[in-house]
Design a protein around this ligand. Sequence first.
Ligand code: HMG
Ligand code: MG
Length: 297
Amino acid sequence: AFPADVRVVEVGPRDGLQNEATLVPEAVKVDLIARLAAAGLRTIEAGSFVAPKWVPQMAGSAEVLKAAPRRPGVSYPVLVPNMKGFEAALAAGAQEVAVFAAASEAFSQKNINCSIAESLARFAPVMEAARAAGVRVRGYVSCVLGCPYQGEVPLAAVVDVAERLSQMGCYEISLGDTIGVGTPRKAVAMLDAVLGALPVEQVALHFHDTYGQALANIYACLDRGVAVLDASVGGLGGCPYAAGASGNVATEDLVYMLEGMGIRTGVDLEALVEAAAFISAAIGRAPASHLAKARGY
Ligand code: HMG
Ligand code: MG
């Protein structure tokens, strides 16, 4: 059955901006985050603590996290690939982090410079330190519907990595169609395979919209009861280690669909579309969402 409520995880300030060549000032990112929180989003991924020479745009994530407005009920998870990242995130006040693995060996190598098994081994001390510090950890699995380097990704690999992250203590597993190649039946088959191993309450969907399929894929998966959906304001983004990958499904298009279906998100659509216009103007382009176009931005 369709969920009655969906928690939208806004990844624009991280996934949306990480691939942007023009460096966005920290103050602009903080302003964006404040607008997203004011629009009603409760989970806003604020940045990532990765090697700055790999992803220069995220270098100021500590400053962004420290300056993000504290609001009751709003959390600001940040990505951490290893202990170095976790320690920096903790020092900046992170109360929630995300580790990120891939279902594709080739992608794991390009993205984080190690094998899937090595990445999981690096996460083990992060999980332990997070538990000790009372920090919640989300887990990502990339390339669940295809890989830019190896093409097909076996479903068994997706299920295996998702299950391991869950066993390690991730409270939620976000299934990433990193390059947006999925189509609805494949997306549902992938989700069903994961739901053979994990309860639906632990699963989130993270679909990029490269081929314009993200909303269709989400709709197809929604009646399995998935109630956590990742999206990026203005449809910003892409992964720096997945050439040609475009942004996540636009948050405002997702909210429009969900609210239109009677599924509550708690998000104010007009405030959200204004936030999309704000960040798109800051990086010098028109918002990629249908809703922004429909509203004349
Ligand atoms: P490496 O080069 O193998 O690591 O990188 P290393 O341990 O050899 O360190 C190299 C240098 O990086 C050293 O500095 C370290 O100190 C530094 P140097 O001595 O050369 O000056 N370093 C760090 N600096 C800051 N923070 C850290 C950190 N760790 C090491 N945490 C590493 C390995 C993982 C660090 C690197 O490959 C990396 O940073 N990769 C970034 C990958 C990334 O951010 N990708 C995008 C996010 S994932 C994504 O978008 C997918 C997702 O959206 C889901 C989906 O769509 O599928 C989540
Ligand atoms: Mg992504």
